[in-house]
Design a protein around this ligand. Structure first.
Ligand code: AAO
Length: 663
């Protein structure tokens, strides 16, 4: 079932003409009735980062006046590009900004039918005056004779009469052909990457082919609605380019309202076009309003609609188009006033729904595995399948939760469930075991998806750096004057620090995440489990100790490192540090090796900062450093230092030397 993908034409085109903007995308969005300025911003802030390949924009040509959305489908001029979405300058600016963001622009070209609606006068959106069959650049002779399509069983009637009675361009004549082709070439020269040919079904295939040839064959998909029993069918057009596969949305709706286990074989065997000839969608701007037939799901169906989009983006068939429009009850209503973007809740913004946007990246990542593998279903409305060894999706279209251990075909690792939040890794992590199985717990009417482009823990599968629940952790206590001793992440969720305790009265400590007490932990009840802003942790210990904290279980341990005080030999039985750092009080030092006394000191760099060593804490037997040469003399000079921060001060009572080392 491996087959080429439909956007190959688009990519080839982009590569030859706009290699700098060619993207590896596999799905596009229709930002229906969005303004050019807002589309540009959306490309930069959302569509590009989420991997959307392109945006289909509303027709940019000048159109008949009126508040209805469909006035955009009644052209007046291709030379005047002022429409409800903005003017020509804004349009070009949008193309440039979207291209720079890696998002192509597809323009909806309305050539078959021209303006007839005069309910809001005969001055068009850009100020041009017109009457039916009389426009700034076209006149009566450029149109077929006046008649209205009345018989879809007669191909000539469908091709040569007017859709809804609108003037029908004579695409068999050279002047109209050149007029349309020049418009498309102009747009292409501005960086437009492709086209939707509106009402292509109403243009004779040979004539449309000539127009496309004159336009130098840009990538385009053709709107040809297939309906049983009609004289004109999509298959007559696929030699020109991919067509809109309307039956796909009908099939999705029927089975999401029936049993989605049937979708296992969805494709040409269902009477659909070949995958590389099909642009597919759950709904489009016509169908969501009942224009162009119903029988499909829309945003009004909520979860089913959402799941149908997940399926479309996961399933290897066609080039998917995500519909994104605004809320409506009146099917003629034009776009809401105010901002045309997702900050205005009048817009539905389907493309921003986490399940839809994150599935675009799923499709991009799995494009190389163009097959359905490891299919599973519950015999009704729960399905799962993989795309080779690249991604796996589970869709639960039942009203009860799914809990299954399934064979995914994916390499072992921890994967983000990209459908558990707006950000692909903001939800739960699904672990695929070495044997390829993973357990999925999916709520009713929801889905889960994992792929190799969204791995938990920063994309690491093997030999991963440790993960933690907090970005940092510090120990603070009497031993370091309540300064911050940074702890080290030594294993998943496991932080450690080693420091010297001296057994002083009221010796205690806490741990502090950011080093500013804003998120600190002590231990209420001294039960070995940390509590946020809990009580100070007291200890009478003396010597070098290692504190281990697990930021998941919040358990901690304090263990002595190496040996105990009594295990080392010293020339003195005690030693005290005294200086400006402790207001000349006597802080006991710990014997951490034979003859080596140690204390962690928090130096503040104050002027005249200095210290001495005092054997009995009464100055009767003290040591300083004459000549500041590192060797100690009895009642020698104060030892000056301008250091700031935490240092390990050591003194050797045999060699009578000392050192100050940063921690
Ligand atoms: C407006 C007013 C009209 C007025 C007219 C002239 O609404 O009252 O008479 O202006 O002033 C859009 C709107 C139209 C609007 C038009 C112009 O939808 O309401 O008319 O702008 O402003 C046919 C075409 C297809 C077309 C579709 C709407 O083949 O090309 O109708 N779609 C495109 C655009 C659309 C736009 C135009 C074309 C015109 O996407 O937005 O119109 O530029 C059958 C046929 C189809 C036929 C449909 C609907 O399909 O097979 O070819 O589409 O019917 O007439 C089942 C059904 C099957 C049905 C199918 C559709 O399978 O069995 O019968 O569903 O999915």
């Amino acid at each position: 079932m491996k087959t080429s993908i439909p956007l190959i034409g688009a990519l080839a085109f982009a590569a030859s003409s706009f290699s700098s903007v060619a993207s590896a995308g596999t799905a596009f969005v229709h930002l229906f009735e969005w303004k050019w300025d807002d589309i540009a911003t959306e490309c930069e802030s959302f569509l590009g980062p989420k991997g959307f390949d392109a945006v289909q924009v509303s027709p940019p040509h000048e159109h008949t006046a009126g508040p209805y959305w469909w006035t955009r489908y009644q052209p007046v001029s291709y030379n005047n590009l002022t429409s409800r979405s903005g003017n020509e300058t804004q349009f070009k600016n949008m193309v440039n900004r979207c291209n720079a963001a890696g998002v192509k622009i597809y323009v909806d070209v309305v050539m078959n039918n021209w303006a007839s609606y005069q309910g809001h006068g005969n001055v068009a959106s850009g100020g041009s005056s017109w009457t039916p069959r009389n426009y700034p650049e076209l006149s009566g002779q450029d149109f077929h004779s006046d008649c209205t399509i009345s018989n879809y069983g007669d191909a000539n009637n469908v091709w040569d009469c007017g859709l809804y009675g609108m003037p029908d361009l004579n695409t068999g004549a050279s002047y109209p052909q050149d007029y349309v082709a020049n418009y498309m070439k102009r747009l292409t020269s501005w960086g437009v990457a492709g086209f939707r040919i509106d009402a292509a079904k109403h243009i004779r295939p040979s004539e449309l082919d000539t127009v496309m040839a004159k336009a130098q064959r840009p990538w385009a998909f053709l709107e040809v609605i297939g309906a049983a029993g009609e004289a004109v069918q999509p298959g007559q057009y696929t030699y020109i380019g991919p067509v809109t596969e309307f039956k796909y949305g009908t099939d999705l709706a029927a089975n999401f309202n029936g049993q989605i286990k049937n979708l296992k074989t969805l494709g040409p065997s269902w009477g659909l076009q070949a995958s590389d000839k099909a642009v597919v969608f759950v709904d489009n701007h016509d169908r969501e309003r009942g224009h162009g037939g119903g029988g499909n799901l829309t945003y009004k169906e909520g979860t089913k609609y959402n799941l149908a989009n997940v399926f479309m983006l996961a399933y290897p068939y066609g080039y998917p188009k995500v519909m994104s429009g605004y809320k409506f009850t009146d099917t003629d209503a034009g776009p809401p006033a105010g901002a045309t973007n997702c900050s205005n809740s009048e817009w539905v913004c389907q493309h921003r729904w986490g399940n839809i946007a994150n599935m675009v990246e799923f499709r991009n990542f799995t494009v190389g595995a163009w097959s359905v593998n490891n299919w599973w279903d519950n015999g009704a409305n729960q399905i799962a399948f993989s795309r080779g060894d690249k991604g796996f999706v589970v869709i639960n279209n039942e009203s009860y939760a799914l809990s299954q251990t399934l064979y995914t075909g994916l390499p072992a690792g921890n994967y983000c469930n990209v459908l558990a939040g707006a950000d692909k890794c903001s939800g739960d992590v699904i672990s695929v075991a070495a044997n390829g199985y993973a357990t999925f717990n999916v709520p009713a009417n929801a889905a889960a998806a994992i792929h190799g482009g969204a791995l938990a823990g920063g994309g690491c599968v093997t030999d991963c750096p440790p993960v933690s629940n907090v970005p940092s952790l510090n120990v603070r206590g009497t031993f370091n004057g309540w300064g911050n001793l940074p702890m080290t992440l030594v294993a998943d969720n496991t932080w450690q620090a080693t420091f010297t305790l001296n057994g002083q009265a009221n010796q205690r400590f806490k741990v502090d995440v950011y080093g500013d007490w804003s998120l600190n932990y002590g231990d209420n009840g001294a039960d070995g489990v940390l509590d946020q802003t809990g009580a100070d942790i007291y200890t009478t210990a003396s010597g070098e100790f290692r504190l281990t904290v697990n930021d998941q279980t919040m358990r901690y341990t304090l263990e002595q490192v190496g040996q105990c005080n009594a295990c080392f030999a010293g020339n003195f039985s005690q030693m005290y540090f005294r200086g400006t750092a402790n207001n000349w009080s006597a802080t006991p030092m710990a014997l951490v090796a034979n003859n080596v006394w140690e204390l962690v000191v928090n130096f503040d760099g104050q002027s005249n900062q200095r210290f001495k060593f005092d054997v009995n804490a009464d100055w009767s037997h003290n040591y300083g450093d004459n000549g500041a040469n590192g060797s100690l003399e009895r009642t020698g000079a104060d030892i000056f230092t301008n250091l700031v921060g935490q240092y390990r001060v050591r003194m050797n009572d045999q060699a009578m030397t000392y050192s100050i080392q940063p921690l």
